[in-house]
Design a protein around this ligand. Sequence first.
Ligand code: NAD
Length: 253
Amino acid sequence: MARTVVITGGASGIGWVMAQRFAALGDQIAICDADGAAVAQASQSMPAALVTQVDVRDERAMDDFFARVDDRFGAIDVAISNAGTGGPAGPMDQMDYQDWADCVSVNLHGAFICCRNAAQRMRVQRQGSIIVMSSTSGLWGVPNRSPYVAAKWGLVGLVKTLAMELGPQGIRVNAICPGAVAGPRMERVLSIESSAAGVSMDDMRATYTDGVSLKRFVTADEIADMAVFLASDAARSVSGQAIAVDGNTERMV
Ligand code: NAD
């Protein structure tokens, strides 16, 4: 039976790859994303989906988005809190407070609003799977990336806690912790981190791949594979976990 899968930040990047994967499995897709152009493109490419422009930090707009999902599809089976932003790079003691707050707000506060909406519905349904996109930055420290790292660790705490609160109702909550994912976002991250560290992009790229056992970036498809598993009955006993899909990080930059 077709499930309903909600994905925040789902109009491009990893979110869009996951949306396409779940749609190919026959699921109904609801996407919100802050980027109007990406929303228009996703909407055109996936006409059966509900695709709407919403910033995950906007509590009221997010509540409205979930209400629209209710109206259109009924139950929500899978909620993927994926929207995130890399935020600023630089030493913490020189970081602008607003830059810090903006990054934490998208990555952590946005996830709270998404998870709260999903949890309210899943508690009534007594079933559901919540997947939160953390990062290997949620498992390690990363110099010059303090707001992103703090937010991604915070998401692991949210997942561990929500899994305990919702487990008795049969709802599972897990985090995926991707390593460096090949694609445009990682190119942007390499650019800001190499400038902050005063090294070339190629040197920064090599630092990433040298630090993982498989010596390569992972792919968005591999993240989608994990999301499909966590959403499935095959993962029926998996909850409260922060699962790295990273080629095994041995050390961070
Ligand atoms: P991306 O920048 O390519 O895509 C993120 C999507 O989220 C975009 O469509 C963007 O418009 C949307 N978005 C950003 N801010 C938003 C907001 N405030 N409200 C709603 N939508 C918003 O990034 P990605 O690589 O696809 O990353 C997806 C998730 O995976 C993020 O949470 C990211 O932190 C995490 N992650 C990515 C990597 C990587 O290497 N790409 C590694 C670890 C974790």
